[in-house]
Every structure is written in C-alpha cells, then in structure tokens.
Design a protein. Structure first.
Length: 202
C-alpha cells in the first residue's frame, strides 16, 4: 500500500512540475485519509493562492499551523499570503516567528524591514537590512539577490536623511520632502539635494 509520505512526495513533484491540478488531487486524497496532515494542508493552500484564491489559501495554511505551530514553511507562506490580503500586522508576527525558528533564513528579513520602514521605525529597518546583507555575503558580488539588501540600505539611508530634514527648523516646511520614494532610482536623493540647494541659495 502506498504511504501518505509517498503520495506527498509525488504530489510535490507534480506541484513543482506545474501540474497543479494533479498535485491538488493528491493533496486532497491525503487529507481524505488523514484530515490533520499539516503538509498537505499547507501545500494545498499554496496552490489555492497560486490559483487566485488567496483567502482560501490563508485558511488552509492556518489549519496547518494549528496542527503544527512550528511549521516554518507554513509560517513563511502564510505571512506572504497575509501581506497579499493586506493583513500586515498579522503577517509581520508570522515572519518574526519564522525568523525565530530559522535565524539563517534571509527571506523574512527584507519583508520585515519593508514593514518597519513603512511604519517609520528606521532604526529597526537598519538592523534588519544589515542582518539580511550579512546573510547574503555583505551585499557584494553584483548578483541580483546580493544587490537587493544594498539597495534597501540605500533607501533606508535616504529615509533617515529625509526624516532629519523634516525635523530641521532651518528648512521651510513647504519644501521638506517628508517620506522616502519607494524606488531605487535615486529620485528621492535628487529631490532632497534640490531642496537643500534652494535653501542654501536663499
């Protein structure tokens, strides 16, 4: 008789092979035999999210976590799903739990940094981004993954400088750029330099 683990292994292969329908059928067959199987619930939730049923995916992953609260994959994927649903506080809590379970994972760090930056917690943003850069080898090497924390650190530096400008009484309030532009084009820095130039020119 084929074991549940054998069925799951086959389903995961189909899942990664872009045969979502067949994979979902196998996950459901596992759950018919063992309704409290957390891996099948988690992976079926991933397929639901991929299919555009984001809320259904979040519910399936929540069921997996009720059965296995320390399931790091379900924590991470439910966090991403909650972010897509706009439930940012709950998503951040999941990311922090995932990071506690797997401190070497670089995936939660930039997402937590984005959340901290959006809330204006710049010191926390800097700590998270420096940790992410360290895990990726310091942000060097020119690769896309390695460049990401470097660009995020640059955005953080601009955000911190803009906040300092907003608190600077020598700058006219109407000329202060009060938040960071969410891109890596250097536009925020150019605007800040332009504002400073206007002030210095009188």
């Amino acid at each position: 008789m084929t074991s549940i683990q054998d069925i799951l292994q086959k389903a995961v292969g189909l899942h990664h092979g872009a045969e979502a329908g067949r994979a979902a059928a196998l996950y459901r067959s596992v759950l018919a035999q063992e309704p409290a199987q957390p891996d099948a619930l988690h992976l079926l939730g991933l397929l639901a999210r991929r299919d555009g049923r984001t809320a259904d995916g979040a519910l399936l992953m929540a069921r997996a976590l009720l059965l296995e609260p320390m399931h790091s994959g379900a924590l991470l994927n439910r966090a991403i799903t909650l972010q897509q649903l706009g439930k940012l506080d709950e998503a951040a809590a999941h990311l922090r739990r995932n990071l506690e379970l797997d401190p070497a994972s670089d995936i939660p760090l930039p997402r937590l940094a984005d959340e901290a930056l959006a809330c204006g917690r710049l010191a926390e943003t800097g700590r998270l981004l420096r940790r992410s850069a360290a895990l990726l080898g310091g942000g060097g090497g020119g690769g896309t993954a390695a460049d990401r924390p470097r660009r995020a650190l640059e955005r953080h530096a601009i955000a911190r400088a803009l906040r300092e400008d907003a608190e600077d009484p020598t700058l006219p309030p109407g000329l202060v750029v009060r938040w960071v532009f969410r891109d890596s084009s250097g536009y925020a820095f150019a605007v800040r330099r332009f504002v400073r130039g206007l002030v210095e020119a009188g």
